[in-house]
Design a protein around this ligand. Structure first.
Ligand SMILES: Cc1cc2nc3c(=O)[nH]c(=O)nc-3n(C[C@H](O)[C@H](O)[C@H](O)COP(=O)(O)O)c2cc1C
Length: 335
C-alpha cells in the first residue's frame, strides 16, 4: 500500500506542520483539498493541543497529522540567560520596551502524546528529535502512523531504527527550523539528501525543502520520494495564521532573500533576512527553547507595531514563488 493510500491522501502532498501558522481552518482546508493537513502543535500545551484537534475533527472527517517538538535536556545558567537577555535589550528599546517579562516555557511532550492517542489521531510527526521507546510503543499500540524528520542520512537511519513508519528528508532549502538532532548542523540540499536517504533506508521518504512548483514535486517523486511536504508555498494562503506583516513580506521578496539564524529561538532556522538577524549576528544567544522565550515579547511587539525587521519571518529558499489566495487554489497549482 502506498503512503498516500494509507493516509487517505488524494495527492502525495503533506501540508507542512507550521507551529504558530497552522490554524484549524488551514489544516481542514488542506485535508479537504486532498492533501494531508498537519497541526503544528510544537508550541502548544497538552490542553491546547486537545482543543485544536477537536476543532479540526469537528470540521473534517479526513485524516490529519499532529506534529510535536521532541524536547531535549538543556543545561543553562542564570548568568548566561541574563547575558542573552541583555544582548536583546537594544532591540527591545527600539520597540519601546527597555525591559520585558520572559517566563520560561516547559514542554508537555508526554502529555501531548497521550492527547494524540486519546483523540484517535491517525498520524503523528516529530521534529527536533525522536520519541523515546515508551512513546513509540504507546502510539503504535494505538495504530498511529509515525513520521520522523531527518536532515542527514544518519538521522534518517536513526528514525527508521526508532520505529518511525516514514521520514521527512528536510533539505537545506526548507523554511523554519532545522529538524537536526544527531549531528553538528549540516545544510544538505534537498535533491542530494533525498538521493542519499532513499538508498539508505527501507521506510518511505517524504521530500521537503523549497518545493513550490509542479515540476519540483514531480522531480522529488521521480527521485524516489513517496510524498512531499510543503510549507512556504502555503504560508500566504487566506487560511494561514501568519501575521499580515509577515504575509506582506513573503509576497514582496526576491530570490536569495533568506538566511539561517539561531537568533530568534536558539535553534537554527531559515527565514527572510532582516535587521534582527544582522544585529544579533555576534550576540550571546541562549539555547532553544530559552532564546525563543526571551524573544517572544519582542516578536509580539514588532508584529503589533508592523515592524517586520524585528519579526521571525520563517520562509524557505523558494519564498519568492509563494502566492496568495485560498489554500484550495494554491494546492491546485501544485497538482
Ligand atoms: C513558518 C514555518 C514553520 C514551520 N514549523 C514547523 C513545525 O512546527 N514542525 C515541523 O516539523 N516543521 C516545521 N517547519 C518546517 C516544515 O516542516 C518543512 O520542513 C518546510 O516547510 C519545507 O520547506 P519549504 O518551507 O521550503 O516548503 C516550518 C516551516 C515554516 C516555513
Amino acid at each position: 500500500m502506498t503512503l498516500s493510500t494509507l493516509l487517505e491522501m488524494e495527492y502525495p502532498i503533506i501540508q507542512a506542520p507550521m507551529a504558530g501558522v497552522t490554524t484549524p481552518e488551514f489544516v481542514v482546508s488542506s485535508a479537504e483539498a486532498g492533501i494531508l493537513g498537519s497541526i503544528g502543535a510544537g508550541y502548544l500545551s497538552a490542553e491546547e493541543t486537545r482543543q485544536f484537534i477537536r476543532e479540526v475533527k469537528e470540521r473534517t472527517h479526513k485524516h490529519f497529522a499532529v506534529n510535536l517538538f521532541v524536547p531535549e535536556p538543556i543545561g543553562m545558567t542564570q548568568l548566561y540567560l541574563r547575558e542573552a537577555y541583555e544582548a536583546l535589550q537594544p532591540i527591545g528599546k527600539q520597540l519601546g520596551m527597555p525591559y520585558w517579562k520572559a517566563p520560561l516555557s516547559k514542554s508537555e511532550f508526554d502529555k501531548q502524546v497521550q492527547v494524540v492517542v486519546d483523540e484517535g489521531v491517525k498520524v503523528c510527526s516529530f521534529t527536533f528529535g525522536l520519541p523515546d521507546d515508551k512513546a513509540v510503543r504507546l502510539l503504535k499500540e494505538n495504530n498511529v502512523y509515525l513520521i520522523g524528520t531527518a536532515t542527514t542520512v544518519e538521522e534518517a537511519k536513526l528514525a527508521e531504527q526508532a520505529g518511525m513508519d516514514a521520514v521527512v528528508a528536510q533539505g537545506s532549502e526548507a523554511g523554519g527550523h532545522r529538524g537536526s538532532f544527531a549531528e553538528e548542523l549540516t545544510l544538505i540540499p534537498r535533491n542530494k539528501l533525498l538521493e542519499e536517504v532513499v538508498t539508505s533506508i527501507q521506510i518511505p521518504v517524504i521530500a521537503a525543502g523549497g518545493i513550490a512548483t509542479k515540476e519540483m514535486l514531480a522531480s522529488a517523486l521521480a527521485a524516489g520520494a513517496h510524498a512531499v511536504q510543503i510549507g512556504t508555498a502555503l504560508l500566504a494562503a487566506d487560511e494561514s495564521g501568519a501575521h499580515a506583516v509577515y504575509k506582506e513580506a513573503i509576497l514582496n521578496v526576491d530570490e536569495g532573500c533568506t538566511a539561517v539564524t539561531k537568533a530568534f529561538s536558539g535553534k537554527t532556522a531559515r527565514g527572510i533576512r532582516n535587521q534582527f538577524m544582522m544585529d544579533m549576528n555576534d550576540a550571546v544567544i541562549a539555547p532553544y527553547p530559552y532564546q525563543h522565550d526571551l524573544t517572544k515579547e519582542i516578536r509580539k511587539a514588532a508584529a503589533q507595531q508592523g515592524k517586520s525587521e524585528f519579526m521571525s519571518l520563517w520562509a524557505g529558499e523558494s519564498v519568492h514563488l509563494t502566492t496568495d489566495g485560498s489554500l484550495k487554489d494554491i494546492i491546485k497549482q501544485l497538482i
